[in-house]
Every structure is written in structure tokens, then in C-alpha cells.
Design a protein around this ligand. Structure first.
Ligand code: AMP
Ligand code: ZN
Length: 115
């Protein structure tokens, strides 16, 4: 847990969020500024700054996150039609919250290109 991290504070319940899914390792909540009809952030409860900070010691957070993404897709109704998962890694890629998180986007027909 990092005291000044907004996602750690959401995990602790200090800041409200619209929770979509939670288990012992992962929390998922609606993005406050959605870029698509479905826009959920899937966040490991362990504070890890970014994908670049993954290492042998903490890599085990990734598998439960991917399982949680499947659950979120089911819960939000986009599992069948498809969805996009984005991880911004570092400020140069637009990461604004330095706690590893996966954007799950869907509910709209998406183009084939990322950018
Ligand atoms: P990123 O730019 O990849 O770091 O994504 C951070 C995301 O967190 C942005 O899409 C924000 O809209 C979202 N966000 C920031 N604060 C909150 C919050 N309190 N509740 C939900 N989403 C948030
Ligand atoms: Zn954090």
C-alpha cells in the first residue's frame, strides 16, 4: 500500500468507487472519465508502480488480473462481442496513476488500429 496512491486509497475504501468486481487479489471499478460505454479499471491490490516494475517477486499478480478481466467482461456483457485491454506504461505512454492497472474497454465497435 502506498499512502499517497489514489488506487491504494480506493482499495482501502478511503475513496469511493463504482465497484464492478473484487476478489482477494484484484479490484475492478468504473473509470471516472470513461472513454467507451464500458470502461473498467482492473487493478491488482498489491501496489506495483507500473508494468515496468513487474519482476520475479511480484509477477504472480498478473494471472489473477487476467482472470478478473474475464469476469469483468462477463459482468459488463462484452465478453461475446469483444473488448480491448490497454495498459499505459509510464508517463510517456499516458500513465497518470502510478499503480499498475488494466483498462477494459468495450460496448462499442472498435477499429482495428490502436492509434
Ligand atoms: P492511466 O492514464 O492509464 O494512468 O489511467 C488512469 C485512469 O484512472 C484514467 O482513465 C482516469 O480517468 C482514472 N481515474 C482517476 N481517478 C479515478 C477515480 N477516483 N476513480 C475511477 N477512475 C479514476
Ligand atoms: Zn497504489
Amino acid at each position: 500500500m502506498a499512502d499517497n496512491c489514489i488506487f491504494c486509497r480506493i482499495i482501502k475504501g478511503e475513496i469511493p468507487s463504482t465497484k464492478v468486481y473484487e476478489d482477494e487479489n484484484v479490484i475492478a471499478f468504473k473509470d471516472i472519465n470513461p472513454a467507451a460505454p464500458v470502461h473498467v479499471l482492473v487493478v491488482p491490490k498489491q501496489h506495483i508502480d507500473s508494468l515496468e516494475a513487474l519482476n520475479e517477486e511480484n509477477i504472480q499478480v498478473v494471472a489473477p488480473v487476467h482472470k478478473a478481466i474475464q469476469e469483468v467482461a462477463k459482468i459488463t456483457g462484452v465478453a461475446e462481442q469483444g473488448y480491448r485491454v490497454i495498459v499505459n506504461c509510464g508517463p510517456g505512454a499516458g500513465q497518470t496513476v502510478m499503480h499498475l492497472h488494466y483498462h477494459v474497454l468495450g460496448g462499442v465497435k472498435m477499429g482495428e488500429k490502436i492509434l
